[in-house]
Ligand binder design. Structure first.
Ligand code: SF4
Length: 222
């Protein structure tokens, strides 16, 4: 049964809501909600997230460990240019397109935002290489907004846990925003992504040691 909070946000009642709450409580107890990307500023976070599309966080961290000490502001990266940036990110998938996007977003940050990373979704999504998922990550981590960025891990885990039966990031995000308990909204993205990355993996989920197995309809027989 679905009803509506006085805030206007729909809330799911019943034993299903209790199951969802129990899962989030257990994930919160087991997982430290933080990014695996290395960054020291909001701008570094934005660049790292753009570079991480369809690449591992480890590969991005290896690249930015050399890049950021040399150039970690829009002005410095713009001065480096695509050709200067390329040697640092060549080990990351889709590096040519990402080099173009990073230099393009540096230019727009300087032209439109005084070199600062904007805290508004529309302004973020107007930057080259920044889609809804990247904007959600930056809004959540850097600006403390309760957004839920949906990547392949989040989508898989949400479906396995029976939170939704969705096939697009947009539908998964909407479902998660609807059913996630308010107190867990801020860190839901990290709970689900880290659970998917390290426990509920795509090919061989570690159900035997899973902290939410007792509430999971997809638990594999051990
Ligand atoms: S019990 Fe298995 S399938 Fe379910 S969330 Fe845990 S690891 Fe994933």
């Amino acid at each position: 049964m679905t009803t509506v909070r006085s805030s206007g946000r729909p809330v799911v009642r019943s034993s299903e809501a209790a199951r969802v709450a129990a899962i989030y409580d257990a994930l919160a107890a087991a997982i430290e909600p933080k990014s695996d990307l290395a960054y020291g500023s909001t701008f570094e976070l934005l660049v790292a997230v753009v570079l991480s599309a369809q690449a591992t966080d480890a590969s991005v961290n290896l690249a930015t460990a050399k890049l950021f000490p040399l150039a970690n502001t829009p002005l410095a990266l713009l001065a480096l240019g695509e050709d200067g940036l390329a040697p640092y990110i060549r080990t990351i998938g889709l590096w040519r397109m990402k080099a173009r996007n990073v230099i393009g977003l540096c230019r727009l940050l300087i032209e439109r935002h005084g070199g600062e990373v904007p805290a508004e979704r529309a302004a973020l999504e107007a930057l080259p290489g920044v889609g809804r998922k990247t904007a959600n990550v930056v809004l959540n981590i850097a600006f403390g907004q309760p957004t839920i960025a949906v990547d392949t891990h989040v989508e898989r885990v949400a479906n396995r846990l029976g939170f939704c039966t969705t096939t697009t990031p947009e539908a998964t995000e909407a479902a998660l925003l609807r059913l996630t308990p308010t107190q867990h909204l801020m860190h839901a993205h990290h709970y689900l992504i880290l659970h998917g990355r390290y426990t509920c993996t795509a090919r061989a989920p570690r159900c035997a040691g899973c902290p939410v197995a007792q509430w999971c309809p997809s638990q594999a027989a051990s």
